[in-house]
Design a protein around this ligand. Structure first.
Ligand SMILES: *Cc1c(COP(=O)(O)O)cnc(C)c1O
Length: 396
């Protein structure tokens, strides 16, 4: 039996407790895998893919090696290539932009909305209308001469981006939409245009999920998936993840080794039935924090949840002007925190060749210096939340 280490502090994320609770089922997956030696591919992968597609409300789910693989394969499968530009935000984890770069395309950033931290559809529209022109072939061209082919909205912290206006702009400008749903397993968005709720991962041409252990649905190692309703995209991704093979040793494309590990698929299948309940607990905890911080709204700004979305609070983030002092204070009380993310992508050394400078995205830059992620997870207890909130509100 696994036993959690006894400690009085509050971890930023408690990954141990959920695994203790599911220990027997997880060990059974390992035993079954050892007895069949079906380590790569096979029924465990297919079972999980089927279950996850059903959960997301998409026709297909293709298991891959990581969220980054999922983004890269989805972009390649919709035809993104060298000389293309793909629009996304600077306010995200670097994998979003890395995947774009790895297709040979160039990431182009637009500003986020201050209250949701997600892509600002107004800024996207301004970029498309005033920073690009349409050439004689009907392609949308940036000032640097790149063809704008796709947009990658990131559902940051578990809150879906405002997809109605994004999808409308994408349709108008013939852009592919690849959702970065790596933080948004089970989140949903009420489309006013379609008059119905849509799950994150079912709204674009394809979507990428990460099952990195700390995500809302996490493997016990590396894993990811693409969801899509497009049969051709699904087919291409199945080849891309497996060396471009159509069948064994017949290679249609130059592909990758990016398959979903069977053991991880088995673990994910065990965890998937609990995801709804875990997300509900996260939502409850987030609501509790937000109610509590409303008493000091001038000093502690909470991230706004749009009225037509249901966030799954992968992270619970607040903005404070004395962020570093607050983090030190919480650390002194053994309360874990994080910053997601301290350096916006347009200011990262790895992306200096893109030519952006400080001041290009003031909202993003301001967020980077004021955000702090507080302890959050399905096993966070009320008594722990009270200690965190008291510590945040007591600091003067
Ligand atoms: C985690 C994450 C990724 C990458 O997922 P990996 O499985 O670590 O490759 C991409 N985008 C966002 C927004 C993420 O949070």
């Amino acid at each position: 039996m696994i036993v959690a280490e006894q400690r009085n502090g509050i971890p930023f994320l408690d990954l141990v407790t959920p695994h203790i609770e599911l220990e027997d089922q997880l060990v059974a997956v390992l035993r079954r895998t050892l007895s069949t030696a079906a380590f790569i591919g096979g029924p465990m992968v297919e079972d999980f893919e089927e279950a996850y597609a059903l959960y997301c409300g998409t026709r297909y789910c293709i298991g891959v090696g990581s969220g980054t693989d999922a983004l890269r394969f989805a972009l390649l499968a919709v035809g993104i290539k060298e000389g293309d530009a793909v629009i996304t935000v600077s306010n995200t984890f670097i994998a979003t932009a890395e995947a774009i770069s790895q297709t040979g395309a160039q990431p182009v950033f637009v500003e986020v909305n201050e209250s949701t931290c997600n892509i600002d559809p107004q800024k996207l529209q301004e970029f498309l209308e005033s920073e690009c022109h349409i050439d004689v072939y009907g392609d949308l061209i940036t000032r640097q001469g790149l063809r704008v082919k796709a947009v990658v909205p990131v559902h940051l912290f578990g809150q879906p981006a405002d997809m109605d206006p994004i999808l409308e702009l994408a349709e108008r400008y013939k852009l592919k939409v690849i959702e970065d749903a790596c933080q948004a397993h089970g989140a949903s968005y009420f489309s006013k245009k379609q008059g119905c709720w849509r799950k994150a991962g079912s709204m674009g041409h394809a979507a990428a999920f990460s099952f990195y252990p700390g995500k809302n649905l996490g493997a016990c190692g590396e894993a990811g998936a693409v969801t899509t309703n497009d049969e051709d995209v699904a087919c291409t991704i199945r080849m891309l993840r497996d060396h471009g093979q159509e069948r064994k040793y017949y290679h249609r494309l130059v592909g990758y080794n990016g398959r979903l590990d069977a053991l991880q698929a088995g673990f994910l299948k065990v965890k998937l039935p609990y995801l709804e309940q875990w997300n509900q607990r996260r939502r409850g905890a987030a609501q509790w924090y937000s109610d509590r911080f409303a008493s000091d709204a001038d000093r502690v700004r909470v991230i706004r949840e749009l009225p037509n979305v249901s966030s799954v609070y992968h992270l619970y983030v607040v903005c404070v002007s004395d962020r570093d002092k607050l983090r030190k204070h919480l650390a002194s009380l053994d309360i874990g925190t994080g910053i997601h993310y301290p350096v916006p992508l347009h200011l990262q050394e790895a992306y200096k060749q893109l030519g952006y400078k400080r001041g290009d995205f003031p909202v993003t830059e301001n967020l980077a210096s004021t955000i702090v992620s507080l302890p959050m997870g399905p096993r966070l207890r009320l008594e722990q939340q009270e200690r965190v909130a008291d510590a945040v509100l007591d600091l003067r």
